[in-house]
Design a protein around this ligand. Structure first.
Ligand code: HEM
Ligand SMILES: *[C@@H]1O[C@H](CO)[C@@H](O)[C@H](O)[C@H]1NC(C)=O
Ligand SMILES: *[C@@H]1O[C@H](CO)[C@@H](O)[C@H](O)[C@H]1NC(C)=O
Ligand SMILES: CC(=O)N[C@H]1CO[C@H](CO)[C@@H](O)[C@@H]1O
Length: 385
């Protein structure tokens, strides 16, 4: 009702080039979530630092959740005093190191990248309003060995191992495991072709205490349960619809081991919107393995609108923006010093904004059920040949 009124009021503007901006604004307004997290819930506006103000603006929809251009023109040596004096400098070295391991010969992101995105989710989402203190984005996924001790983390153990080694390599520079995990997720996301460049913050505190268990979703959950589970984490239904889009890159191994390596859309390793359309398409390519949870979300009245908006060629830009905003929220769950964080987005690689797979025909053949022996190359982002 409010939306219709808004359109009539501004109807005249639709004839002008501002139309796309306006549509983007409307989408943004619809997806606004006024709920704050961490120390932002108790701080007065007058106590906010520039980071605190920025994060508040991003969460509530008034600031841009992506930063697509800022880069280091030259980066000081990692052991130099200049590097030590700049919080983001070491992250530029770490992000480059990570990115060099996250892409295959086809230009698609690989298994490590996908695991990193999932690790970012599995460290952060162990927090809930109901459970109070403890859990969240605190590095406990690796530091408290949840990654190896909990069945829900099956499939990301080797990624956890690699990040632990990377943390060993850089920890003398004072980087937390929690930041390491979230930075890896954001480097991975932007390394996947078409992926958003999510604004990235550092300064989280670590914990070696196990986070509360049972707060991560199952692929057999109903939409009702999923929406409630995420709303307990301050994540709205629309934000949830945006976040599960991460399955655009993925290949399942453990939901049905007989179909190990089957992707959730026809283009694993590419951050496109095929996942949304194919999840609702009864004639999706044969190898596309749909999680029951995703199918249920695609149909529920509370998530269907966003699902549809993210589908098809017009979906990419609104999805990238919605994903970035929701992911920032997710990555700050349980963090109680948001006002003291530092933005280091300029340490990330630049986004890949257009992409065609060099081996498109072979990849299509794989998606349609052929080339079973290609699972490994697909998983590594390598050219299928
Ligand atoms: C409804 C909520 C969700 C459920 C039920 C769910 C469940 C799953 C399952 C069962 C897998 C496959 C694991 C395997 O068999 O190897 C998977 C993979 C994955 N998930 Fe989710 N997920 C959810 C939300 C998310 C979110 C919010 C993100 C990130 C923001 C995410 C990112 C990923 C990624 C990147 C993979 C691929 C991992 C790989 O290829 O190694 N998922 N998810
Ligand atoms: C959400 O939180 C409430 C209050 O703590 C709790 O009773 C409910 O079980 C939670 N729901 C889910 C799905 O975790
Ligand atoms: C934020 O930083 C200030 C100055 O360094 C410090 O006094 C304060 O305790 C920090 N707050 C939190 C929540 O970490
Ligand atoms: C509650 C709910 O929506 N459950 C459905 C989830 O999806 C599966 C099929 O994918 C249905 O069988 C369930 O009824």
């Amino acid at each position: 009702m409010k939306l219709i009124f808004y359109c009539i009021l501004t109807g005249a503007a639709y004839a002008f080039p501002g139309m796309r901006d306006l549509q983007a604004k409307i989408l943004q307004r619809q997806s606004a979530n006024e709920e704050l997290v961490g120390d932002l819930t108790i701080l007065a506006d007058s106590d906010l630092t520039s980071t605190g103000r920025l994060v508040k603006g991003i969460l509530t929809g008034s600031d841009n959740p992506q930063e697509l251009t800022a880069v280091y023109s030259a980066v000081p040596d990692k052991d130099s005093p200049e590097c030590k004096a700049d919080t983001c400098c070491i992250w530029k070295h770490i992000a480059d190191d990570m990115a060099s391991k996250m892409k295959g010969t086809a230009g698609r992101c690989n298994g490590l990248a996908r695991q990193a995105v999932r690790m970012g989710f599995h460290d952060a989402a162990t927090w809930s309003k109901g459970t109070g203190e403890g859990g969240g984005s605190d590095g406990s996924l690796i530091l408290a060995r949840e990654c190896w001790d909990r069945d829900i983390n099956k499939g990301i153990e080797s990624g956890c191992q690699q990040l632990q080694e990377l943390h060993e390599k850089y920890k003398s520079h004072g980087v937390s495991m929690a930041d390491m995990i979230q930075m890896a997720a954001n480097v991975a996301t932007v390394t996947c072709p078409l992926g958003p460049r999510v604004r990235s913050f550092v300064g989280r505190k670590d914990s070696s205490n196990q986070a509360p268990d049972g707060l991560l979703p199952s692929p057999f959950d109903s939409a009702d349960r999923l929406i409630e589970l995420f709303s307990n984490k301050t994540i709205s239904a629309r934000e949830l619809a945006a976040l599960v889009g991460a399955h655009t890159t993925s290949q399942q191994f453990f939901v049905d081991p007989n179909r190990a390596g089957d992707p959730q859309d026809s283009t694993p390793g590419v951050w496109d919107v095929e996942f949304y359309g194919q999840t609702t398409d009864p004639n999706a390519p044969k190898r596309v393995f749909k999680f029951q949870s995703d199918v249920n979300l695609s149909k529920d009245e509370r998530t269907k609108g966003a699902w549809t908006a993210f589908s098809g060629p017009t979906g990419q830009a609104p999805w990238n923006s919605a994903y970035a905003r929701a992911y920032i929220r997710l990555s700050l769950l349980g963090v109680s010093n948001i006002n003291n964080l530092t933005e280091c987005t300029k340490a990330l690689p630049l986004p890949v904004t257009s992409f065609t797979s060099p081996d498109k025909e072979k990849l299509d053949e794989f998606a349609n059920g052929g080339l079973a022996s290609a699972v490994e190359s697909v998983s590594q982002g390598n050219i299928v040949g």
